[in-house]
Design a protein around this ligand. Structure first.
Ligand code: KG4
Ligand code: ZN
Length: 353
């Protein structure tokens, strides 16, 4: 089964053709990073406009690379939640219209489910159940993947997501946007023991964490150094920060492995590209004997291939988006976004009566 997938939840316009959830026939990502870098972060209005400008071209390229005509597709899918609502609406409406015009099914896909599914593309024999550390710009959580479309959240951040903290710290250190890769590069030349940074502990919730204290500690360090006219060891601070994030996430993942008794563990989302985190995950896997699935860097950030993979499993589970399918800025990974949309439409109809 060949699915055309569209992703437009943030600042990448992406289209891919995926076969049976596991094989990438094409994978096109048009990034807006350079545009948003001028503003130090994603500007939602600009993101939506750029998606509209790029989406037809990106889709044509995805079909061309797959060596296919549109009528050979079996279904179309698009990210419908969570993300920037204007950006999501571009991809969701494009995907629905494309499916409708072809007379093929449409599947709405949850973005974080997609990030997890990136692992199915990289590891053809990976099957649920397994444990995943989700670490992206908007989410940090530990998820038990019970089945392809069934998830249990075991713990998560009480405030900022890991990626959000990376982006904020990057701004404070003046390395610009996007923060994560720049902090990662800076950290390569720094001493992780240079600064002592706080590690969060949440009372009675050992799998939960917090990044706001860590973020504030870095901001205060940088401001104090500036006020006193002291030089800041930016490499050392970047390395200490990467180390602190890793020391927050990896022990919780290890605890979740022990608690669930699962032996397979993966990582998903943009922060999964972080070299300090990847090294610590490999160490942890070696220590515990768990099998680690780490997606290649090309599949950690936002892309449509991962959406096409998850869409296949949503299709197998009977998910079909109607032409009224809406997009949502927020949605829990456990939520059924078709039902969410249908319920919302029903409430609107009742109000109009
Ligand atoms: O998953 P993603 O591409 O988009 C969301 O769904 O949010 O994640 C983007 C986040 C950004 O916060 C970015 O700074 C972070 O992932 N990121 C990294 C690295 N590459 C991207 N964080 C740490 N180290 C990296 N190498
Ligand atoms: Zn993402």
């Amino acid at each position: 089964m060949r699915i055309l997938a569209i992703e437009s939840s943030c600042d990448e316009t992406a289209a891919a053709v995926i076969e049976d959830g596991r094989t990438i026939l094409s994978n096109i990502v048009d990034t807006q990073v350079e545009t948003h870098a001028l503003y130090g972060g994603v500007v939602p209005e600009i993101a939506s406009r750029r998606h509209m400008e790029a989406i037809c071209r990106v889709t044509e390229l995805a079909l061309r690379d797959a060596g296919m005509k549109a009528d050979a597709l079996d279904a179309v899918a698009a990210t419908c939640a969570p993300g920037l609502i204007g950006a999501l609406l571009v991809g969701a409406n494009f995907g629905k219209s494309y499916a409708y015009a072809l007379g093929k099914p449409f599947m709405p896909v949850h973005h974080i489910r997609g990030h997890i599914a990136a692992n199915y593309l990289a590891f053809p024999d990976l099957q649920p159940p397994f444990l995943t550390l989700v670490a992206s710009g908007g989410h940090s959580m530990l998820v038990r993947v019970d089945d392809y479309t069934s998830f249990t959240i075991l713990g998560g951040t009480r405030d900022d997501a890991a990626g959000e903290a990376f982006d904020k710290v990057a701004r404070v250190l003046g390395v610009g946007y996007p923060g994560g890769p720049k902090i990662d590069a800076l950290a390569q030349h720094g001493d992780p023991a240079r600064y002592k940074l706080p590690h969060s502990q949440i009372k009675d919730a050992p799998l939960d964490c917090s990044f706001s204290g860590l973020k504030t500690a870095v901001i205060n360090l940088a401001h104090n150094a500036e006020q006193k006219g002291e030089p800041l060891d930016r490499e050392g601070l970047a390395a200490s920060f990467c180390h602190a994030v890793t020391e927050t996430l990896v022990p919780r993942l290890e605890l979740a492995l022990r608690q669930t008794g699962l032996r397979k563990v993966s990582c998903a989302g943009g922060v999964a590209a972080n070299s300090v985190l990847r090294a610590a995950l490999k160490d942890m896997a070696q220590r515990t004997g768990a099998t680690l699935y780490l997606p290649p860097l090309s599949l950690c950030g936002d892309n449509a291939a991962m959406i096409g993979s998850q869409a296949y499993y949503e299709f197998c589970a009977g998910v079909r988006g109607e032409t009224s399918q809406n997009a949502f800025a927020t949605a829990d990974i456990c939520e059924n976004i078709c039902e969410k949309s249908n319920k919302e439409a029903l409430v609107k109809r009742q109000k109009m009566r």
